[in-house]
Design a binder for this molecule. Structure first.
Ligand code: ZN
Ligand code: ZN
Length: 83
């Protein structure tokens, strides 16, 4: 299932990865304005020991966020997808 709210928000303008310039079709990618490949690369370049969301790469500070590996935004979007 798609994330309707993000789709509606982003539908008006074309979304491209800010790093490599490929068109973004995935709602998560469009939301972040970066494709998963570049995002992953950026995460690897950071190489710090902090915990990050496995979808958007945001730093996680809350214990519950670290336990799931997801930031609140991505977790709620996944919960919405499941429902
Ligand atoms: Zn990219
Ligand atoms: Zn996230």
């Amino acid at each position: 299932m798609r994330l309707e709210s993000w789709d509606e928000l982003e539908e008006a303008k074309p979304s491209f990865c800010e790093v490599c310039g490929i068109p973004l079709n995935n709602p998560e990618e469009r939301h972040e304005r970066i494709c998963f490949r570049c995002k992953k690369q950026q995460i690897q370049e950071k190489k710090d020991d902090s915990f990050i969301c496995w979808i958007c790469g945001k730093n996680l500070r809350d214990f519950n966020e670290i336990a799931t590996g997801l930031c609140p935004t991505c977790r709620s979007s996944i919960i919405r997808k499941i429902k």
